[in-house]
Write a protein that binds this ligand. Structure first.
Ligand code: ADP
Ligand code: MG
Length: 552
């Protein structure tokens, strides 16, 4: 064995450990949830690696997580035969803040000093071990590698790394030297209760090592295979925390089983807050794909379209072969069929939640509407359904409105759904282009997501009504009946037309020259003297601005 090498913790890690180690946090038991969750992930990742390298599983294919209390030594050891870690993994995973939740925890803690409840809310991952232990020893060997490693720390200055011959043949053993006041975590009954509270849903067996045969602590069978009636709300939520690596309350979940042509089960969640990496192309989490209860892969695009990328949870297929390769995953017709079935199910569920509780649905829309709208141009087949689900800000409502409600409020003679796009809702409300519409009592939808310009050009129509940008020349208001109270204003405006106006327009054309395509008199204005519009065949003004920005 080599001489130990001492490495410092990243400054944030030291700060984090200092906080969790000294926190008077009533639910210290969550450390076990974190370590068991990591061990279960390590087993999943080994399965995934074995898709292309079957030999990684050789000799030890029964994956499990074991807890081993030792009263004499006052240690609790968490053991898994999953993927394991090599030296680089140890340095980057157990010495820095690799995990988003942890980073967020530190951020929030900065604002609300001393609010230790946040530990439970965010989950501080591996470092939560220091809530109960004053020394942690990790011995680990990565699947397929010969060299084992020992990582050790008292949670103060840093950690030591040593080559280890006593590391498990494959996987990780985490030995916690329990603090004086944390000896309760040696008791079998306490461990049983913690695993049943937080880890009961795991597919991998979590076992207690004692005198005789190891005792399985979590329920047989993954959570999603159990009948709904046997699953408590708490269990659904704990499972969400584990699969999503999130600590918020899910907005909702959908647990289903398909039988017949295709056989699969699914448990999908919509988070209650936006995952931090929602717009990060390198995001790590998504829906997990299982085949007959065996983890295969996560975030498979051929299973979940990117406009539903906020979904978390699992899909478990009975039809795919267990030895499915990564190649097959990309082109599998079975996945393709599951994907469309899943999209239908999820959109259907959203629709029924929108009907049942509109206010609650709006909470969902505020968080994920911008992502869902990507489907409007990506998935033409679902466009109508997505337009039904979409909610908009408008000149006639403070809150959200659906297209159906908009259409119900249309003026006699109005054929189009009028929209305006921009970056800022308040600026849009003040836009001079809206004046003529306001004068006639015509409602205009105010769109502020960057995605809006893109789907609008693809969307065509909804319930026979086309979308029309008010910044286009063709937005002709003459055929639409005004609201009675506005007639007067209209007359006043018309009285301004005449030869004087023609002279003004001619003069403006000369003065502005090449900088504009045309100058026209318009009825869309009531109090502002001028506004910019795009010609009918030309690009929408806001879209043009977005594209100009992206070229810089
Ligand atoms: P998270 O699980 O959200 O990534 P953690 O702090 O719980 O964050 O763990 C940090 C990282 O350490 C994990 O992402 C993983 O790469 C590594 N790790 C922790 N425990 C294990 C383990 N038992 N086996 C393999 N890798 C592990
Ligand atoms: Mg973790």
């Amino acid at each position: 064995e080599s001489a130990p090498e001492t490495l410092p913790f990243q400054a944030e890690v030291s700060r984090l450990i200092d906080i969790v180690a000294n926190a008077l946090y009533a639910k210290r038991e969550v450390f076990l949830r974190e370590l068991v969750s990591n061990a279960s992930d390590a087993c999943d990742r080994l399965r995934y690696a074995a898709l292309t390298q079957a030999e990684l599983l050789a000799g030890d294919a029964e994956l499990a997580v074991d807890l081993q209390p030792d009263s004499a030594a006052a240690t609790l050891t968490v053991i898994d035969n999953g993927i394991g870690m090599n030296r680089d993994d140890l340095v980057s995973n157990l010495g820095t803040i690799a995990r988003s939740g942890t980073a967020r925890f530190l951020e929030e803690l900065g604002e609300k000093k001393g609010d230790v409840d946040l530990i439970g809310q965010f989950g501080v991952g591996f470092y939560s071990a220091f809530m109960v232990a004053d020394r942690v020893v990790v011995e680990t060997r990565k699947a397929g590698e010969a060299q084992g490693w020992r990582w050790e720390s008292d949670g103060r200055s840093g950690f030591t790394l040593t080559e280890s011959d006593s590391a498990p043949a494959r996987g990780t053993r985490i030995e916690l030297h329990l603090k004086e006041d944390a000896r309760e975590f040696l008791e079998a009954q306490r461990l049983r209760q913690i695993v049943q509270t937080y880890s009961d849903h795991l597919a991998v067996p979590v076992r207690l090592r004692g005198e005789g045969e190891p005792e399985r602590l979590n329920a047989e069978g993954a959570l999603w295979t159990r009948p709904k009636s046997e699953i408590t709300e708490e269990q659904y939520k704990e499972f969400y925390h584990h699969v999503a690596h999130a600590f918020d309350e899910p907005w909702g979940w959908l647990h289903f089983k398909a039988e017949g042509v295709m056989e699969y089960a699914g448990l999908l969640y919509v988070p209650g807050t936006a995952p931090w990496d929602l717009f990060d192309p390198q995001r790590r989490h998504g829906v997990k794909l299982y085949v007959k209860r065996v983890f295969i892969a996560e975030g498979v695009e051929s299973l979940v379209p990117s406009y539903l990328r906020f979904l978390r949870g699992v899909i478990d297929s009975e039809d795919l072969p267990l030895n499915v390769s990564r190649e097959t995953l990309q082109h599998s017709p079975v996945l393709g069929r599951m994907k469309s079935a899943l999209v239908k199910r999820v959109l259907g569920e959203l629709e029924s939640r929108a009907e049942k509780d509109p206010a609650d649905y709006e909470r969902f829309w505020e968080i994920f509407g911008a992502v869902l709208k990507e489907g409007l141009y990506e998935d033409a087949g679902q466009r109508d359904k997505l337009l039904t689900l979409a909610r908009f800000r408008s000149t006639k409502s403070e809150g959200w409105t659906s297209l159906a409600d908009y259409i119900a409020r249309m003026r006699p003679g109005q054929e189009k759904i009028y929209v305006i796009t921009g970056d800022d809702i308040e600026a849009l409300r003040r836009s001079p282009q809206l004046e003529g519409f306001a004068a006639k009592g015509i409602e205009v939808l105010l769109l502020t997501d960057p995605i809006d310009d893109f789907w609008l050009s693809a969307a065509g129509e909804y319930e026979g009504k086309g979308f029309q940008s008010v910044t286009r020349a063709g937005a002709d208001l003459d055929t639409i009946e005004a609201e009675a109270s506005d007639e007067e204003e209209k007359d006043e405006q018309e009285s301004l037309e005449g030869s004087e106006l023609a002279t003004l327009v001619a003069w403006l054309k000369t003065a502005l020259g090449e900088t504009v395509k045309d100058v026209r008199a318009s009825k869309r204005l009531t109090s502002s003297p001028v506004c910019l519009v795009a010609d009918d065949g030309d690009m929408d003004l806001h879209l043009a601005r977005i594209l100009r920005h992206s070229q810089r």
